[in-house]
Ligand binder design. Structure first.
Ligand SMILES: [Fe+2]
Length: 304
C-alpha cells in the first residue's frame, strides 16, 4: 500500500498503522516522511510546555537522560537518531511497534534491551489525555530513563523475572491451576510495573520527592499534581502492598510509592521474582488490571 508523504501518523488516524495491524506486523519501520506538519507541531508544543515542569519535578537521572539524548524540541524524533545516543550508554534501543505487544513479548524485549516504542503522536489540538501511549510518552517519558545504567539493568531484570514466570506456568500440568497461577503472577507484575516504571516516585538528594515514572514524566497535569496535591497519598514502596493494589488508568493516581534509588528498585525486582518462586504471587487481590487472553497465552507459549 502507498501512503502520501506528510499524510500523518496521528494516534487516532494513521492508515499506515492500521495497515500494519491488519497484516499482523507488530515490529515496523518508522516511516518518518509520513509525519505531518501538525504531528511535528504537537511534539513541539508537548516538549515546550513540559520542559519547565521536568526541571522542577523530574529526578536527576531523567534530566541527564534528556540531555544525553539530544532530542530535538522542534520535530518528532527519528528512532534511529535516538538510538545513536542511547545505545552506547546502556545497550538499549527503541524499536518501533504498531501498537499493543502481548505482555510476555513486551517484557522479553526489555530483557533484550529493546523498548517497544509507539510511533504515532496525539493530535496537536488535544494534547492532554489519551489512554494509549504515543511517541511523546514513549520517547520523552520512557527513553531518557533508559540512559541510566542502574535503571536499564532493572528493566532487564524485570524481563528475566517474566521468563521465570513463564517457566513456572509451563511446569504445571493441571490446566486450571496453570491458568489461575499465571493470571495472578501477570497481574502482580503489571501492578509492580505500573507503580514503579510508569508512576514511580523517588526520594531526591535533599529529601524532596522526585518523579521517575514515565506516565508522570509525560503528563503535563499529573507531574505537578502528583507532587503538589494534598489529595495524593505517597508512601515508601512496599512490595506486598504494590502487588495487591489495583489501579485505574484513566484518572490521576491517588496513591503513589516512593523508592530510595534505582539500586533499591533493582532489589525489589529480585524480591518479586523470589516471591514468584515461593508461590506468594499465586493469589493476589482481585481487581485491575484485567489480564487478557492474549497476555495469558503469551506466557504459556513463551519459548524457553
Ligand atoms: Fe508507558
Amino acid at each position: 500500500m502507498k501512503f502520501e508523504p506528510g499524510s500523518g501518523l496521528t494516534t487516532t488516524e494513521a492508515p499506515f498503522i492500521e495497515d500494519a495491524v491488519a497484516h499482523g506486523n507488530i515490529y515496523i519501520d518508522q516511516p518518518y516522511e509520513l509525519y505531518s506538519e501538525a504531528n511535528h507541531e504537537a511534539w513541539r508544543k508537548l516538549f515546550a510546555r513540559m520542559q519547565p515542569r521536568w526541571e522542577k519535578y523530574a529526578n536527576e537521572h531523567f534530566m541527564r537522560g534528556i540531555e544525553n539524548l539530544a532530542l530535538d524540541p522542534n520535530a518528532v524524533p527519528r528512532l534511529e537518531e535516538v538510538n545513536q545516543f542511547l545505545n552506547p550508554l546502556t545497550g538499549f534501543k527503541a524499536k518501533a511497534v504498531s501498537g499493543y505487544v502481548p505482555a510476555f513479548q513486551f517484557f522479553d524485549s526489555l530483557r533484550n534491551r529493546e523498548f517497544p516504542t509507539t510511533i504515532t503522536i496525539r493530535r496537536a489540538d488535544k494534547l492532554d489525555y489519551l489512554p494509549e501511549p504515543d511517541i511523546f510518552h514513549d520517547i520523552a517519558g520512557h527513553v531518557p530513563m533508559h540512559t541510566d545504567k542502574a535503571f536499564a539493568d532493572t528493566l532487564v531484570r524485570f524481563g528475566e523475572a517474566a521468563h521465570t514466570a513463564a517457566e513456572i506456568a509451563q511446569s504445571i500440568r493441571d490446566e486450571d491451576e496453570r491458568a489461575h497461577k499465571i493470571a495472578n503472577i501477570i497481574k502482580a507484575m503489571a501492578r509492580f510495573f505500573w507503580f514503579t516504571i510508569e508512576f514511580g516516585l523517588m526520594r531526591g538528594m535533599n529529601g524532596e520527592t522526585k518523579v521517575y515514572g514515565s506516565g508522570l514524566l509525560s503528563s503535563f497535569g499529573e507531574i505537578e499534581y502528583c507532587i503538589e496535591s494534598s489529595d495524593v497519598q505517597r508512601y515508601p514502596v512496599q512490595l506486598e502492598w504494590v502487588v495487591n493494589q489495583y489501579f485505574e488508568i484513566d484518572k490521576y493516581q491517588p496513591l503513589l510509592f516512593i523508592v530510595d534509588s534505582f539500586d533499591h528498585l533493582f532489589s525489589l525486582v529480585d524480591e518479586l521474582e523470589r516471591w514468584m518462586k515461593e508461590g506468594k504471587l499465586d493469589n493476589v487481590a482481585p481487581g485491575e488490571p484485567l489480564v487478557n487472553e492474549e497476555d495469558l497465552k503469551s506466557f504459556l507459549q513463551a519459548a524457553k
